[in-house]
Design a protein around this ligand. Sequence first.
Ligand code: SF4
Length: 470
Amino acid sequence: MLAELKGLNEECGVFGIWGHPEAAQITYYGLHSLQHRGQEGTGIVVSDGNELKGRKGEGLVTEIFTADAMEDLQGVGAIGHVRYATAGGGGYENVQPLLFQSQSGGLALAHNGNLVNADALRNQLEAQGSIFQTSSDTEVLAHLIKRGGFSQLKDRVKNALPMLKGAYAFLIMTETEMMVALDPHGLRPLSLGRLGDAYVVASETCAFDIVGAEFVRDILPGELLVIDADGLHSEMYSMSSGTAICTMEYIYFSRPDSNIHGINVHAARKNLGKQLAKEVPIQADVVTGVPDSSISAAIGYAEESGIPYEMGLIKNRYVGRTFIQPSQSLREQGVKMKLSPVRGIVEGKRVIMVDDSIVRGTTSRRIVKMLKEAGATEVHVVISSPPIQNPCFYGIDTSTREELIASDHTVEEIRELIGADSLTFLSVEGMLEAIGHNEPGETRGQCLACFTGKYPTEIYPQAVPAGQKC
Ligand code: SF4
């Protein structure tokens, strides 16, 4: 499904490199491959060993980083960020990396995730005299680092991180080092790679393939890496409280060519489709997937069921950025602009339409209508995830509970609302089996909170589900 139509949006991607003479240029390519994780703003901060220099703006990577802009960014270390912002959290000042200059030098921060206790910490810091430049929760870490009473930056970071609750994959850079930190549950994906003598870090491994880097390993929950002229040093700043990687990364957000915890995203989606076909055998003529993220699941469903996969829906790839604006009216219009049914394929046919999830239901209703108008005799909607009944507090904009159709409707009520002949969701057990994580425990090392309501961290009263800050 198309992120900007569904109302289910990733909230950022990070990329960093240390020890390469073309650090900013490589970061540009890395960010470009992570563009699906956020299209509202992007930035790169580079270190030449003596000073930090940054450029950022609201727009796509290719729009902000022109050839002239890249000329200015020379150095051996760089961190970059792509950002999605929901209403209230946009604005130039919130585009990352955030860059702070002080007498003792510069500090740049890039963050993927959402801190659930950011408001509480911010109130506390403001009461103690801190003045914030942005409304981003990321800035809280900068203030906590600044206030730590240790002389070494690493010690100040180690002291500050345990105060943060929620989801975070942080890249922190000064003139002489880059630090990488993942929250104790490892909610957001973050991997380490090698490019010659340089180290690279990215939200998704697809970024390594683009820049020619070799995957080394995933960053561990609760791990802090320091990369400097002496190489790489790793330590645990916190005991992991049990891995809880975001399940929606497999189902929907990450690129199919990325691997998360050793599992290829396309393969996981295909297995989800196969599992659906096992759980829900349906009599039909063709299987189709809603582009792009549901194609893999649709192929899996077709393979398992023996019903041919056909391209019943096509995506118009040339719709401008206007349709990224996250307002309800544009979402409605956007469905028609972005997707078209292929009449020659669906006319007179019983169609199984595979989609990865249902958030508000509006888009599914429109797609079902489109397929029927194009002549489909039956439309059976099968969803390669369980119903999303709970908001996400960890950096995914899944809207508030009231906006989630599955929070207060039965499957039969949703079926009726979207106008489908049948509607089926995948079971939680089937989903876990299909993704294939081997971690011990009921959740197998995955966060399932939007499906089950069991959040892996404490949720603070001020935490906002529409994750406005990244
Ligand atoms: S609540 Fe859902 S979307 Fe949010 S981190 Fe957990 S699995 Fe991912």
